[in-house]
Design a binder for this molecule. Sequence first.
Ligand code: NAI
Length: 687
Amino acid sequence: MNNNTGGSWKSETDADGIVWLTLDKPDTSANVLSSGVLIELDGLLRPLQQSPPRGLVVASAKKSGFIAGADIKEFTGITDAESGYRLIHGGQQVLDRLEALNCPTVAAIHGFALGGGLELALACRYRVAVGDDRLSLGLPEVLLGIHPGFGGTVRTVRIAGVRPAMEMMLTGKPVRAEKALRIGLVDKLVADAGQLQAAARDFILRRPPPHRAPLIERVLSSGVVRPFIRRTLVAQVAAKARREHYPAPYAMIDLWSRFGARGPEAFEGEARSIAHLFTTETSRNLVRVFLLQDRLKALGGKSPVEIKHVHVVGAGVMGGDIAAWSALRGFTVTLQDQSLALVEPALRRAGELFEKRLRDPAKVAGARERLRADIDGAGVPLADIVIEAIFEKLEVKQSLYARLEPRMKPTALLATNTSSIMLEPLAAGLARPGQLVGLHFFNPVAQMQLIEIVHGAGTDPAAAQAATAFARKLDKLPVPCKSAPGFIVNRVLMPYLHEAMFIAQEGVPLALIDKVAVDFGMPMGPIELADVVGLNVASDVGEIVARELGRPAPDLSRLRELVAAGKLGRKSGEGFYVWKDGKPQKPAAPPARKANGPADLIDRLILVLVNECVACLREGVVEDPDLIDAAVIFGTGFAPFRGGPLAYARSRGVASVVTRLEELASRCGPRFQPDSGWPLVTTDVKT
Ligand code: NAI
């Protein structure tokens, strides 16, 4: 055997004359396809071009998987379309060289093969993979506002066919083992890693004809049929995303429609197209959001308290779902409420969650086993963290703590899910106030990624760190937050919701208010959001936050009338809208009137929210502007392609946003007065 070890790749030639290239990028747990890795690979492939070996196998030495994709940090260095093109074209040439080798080539895959990693595998003649539940093959580039660039838009169509390829690329969703085999992304699945080498060797020795897309898929890619398929694909994408907000999926359809995944033009078109996408604001912002997400993930760190047992008090909307999620993530959970009847609905919902997420009956049974109803609170002395999610009343929470705390382990954390009460009064009667933290989850718990980790004046930093690490173990995104009215997300949402009420009171149709917000890129409009949150909750939290901030109470008469009539929003079947099958029944939005056109409406809604973000920044509720953007994106779904509220303000220009706020203040009222913290927004961002 002949060995060659360089930086990231190891090259070995075995007794049969097969070259094994193994990627093991130093100092990282997952391989990424950085330019350095590609250049090194190119250096290894060049000599093989002249004298081809019997076969070539590409594999990964990492436990985590094959290759996680391109190195996203490199994207941030792309300043213009030309430098983007050079980066992409260089990568394409390396994979072209691999594809053109005059010998059989095999990608031996385990775990993930994503983005550039899958594109590299697709440039091999065959792919074999460990078919366990960790196998995940995908092209998630669209989530970063771009599309595959190393030939993926071409080779995926050639190998899997246009429909499966487009489904993967347009949604960015990975495929699992069976489907990967069915659509030809892999040629063979083996049961475990021990069989991977033999399977790869077998393909090299047998040299079967390589997989091609089935005939029907090839017909669909033919010049005659393409325009029809194109129309369907565009309609599917248009139902989810607008071209001006998310150009990448449209660009993929356009590429296929022009070139039909054929010829060198298809590759050149791909490189030019992605190079352009790199320069769009959408892509820059989505990359920024991705890196923000990474930053939040890294906040986890090591926990000073080992958490195994979670005790939750309050089995309502939130407590029930927090308990279920904790059990799903492997914790032992006891769930307490005032009676078993109050816990049972939560256990039922938990069962549905386990079935949906875990599928495997043994795993579902394990999760059910980990979650137990506990009316007497037998779990309290055993728990490493007690999470309180009972009614939003200070005295009720305080009296519960007085009973809980003496029974808790001295090292255990006491966490509250309060959405609006400050931590200091909650800690007032505690023997160990340093152990109290806020763990503010968002509704619905299973879907919302953010948890605000709230520290009060007396919170021990070690307790806050333990809570942050716990949030990561729950696979959520923690944002550290000072105890302040409404913390960050509710604080900035309230003026947005209230502005929608003001606008409604001026006679603007509700559906139109929602439409302008959705057109801006919000996941739903503010009126619908108020109905979803619950009008009683929106009204209570709004009042508490305004009172604590010492601001005049907003005029919420319309909201209160609805609450008084029992119309609480989605949960009661009617609020601002009537709800059927979980959907609001909206009349078609009429066109906006000229004098009060959408530009004016959207500025009122969004800038009042942005201005509140600036107030939070000035008060130090959250450490820096990036974390505010992250909290608002992951806690509310704020248009990710705009990069967050403060990034949005910067892209519009701070001075022009301030002028606009002044204009709105003189016309609509002092609530638009620019916050004195605006000069802070111009400071450099970290990501
Ligand atoms: P909920 O009304 O659905 O549930 C509260 C549960 O606590 C009820 O089942 C009640 O029986 C139980 N409970 C009350 N006092 C208790 C006691 N002394 N011992 C044991 N159980 C007791 O309320 P929800 O919506 O789940 O809210 C709970 C907490 O979470 C509140 O602090 C709320 O502000 C916060 N929150 C709510 C969100 C939401 O969207 N609903 C979002 C984020 C936080």
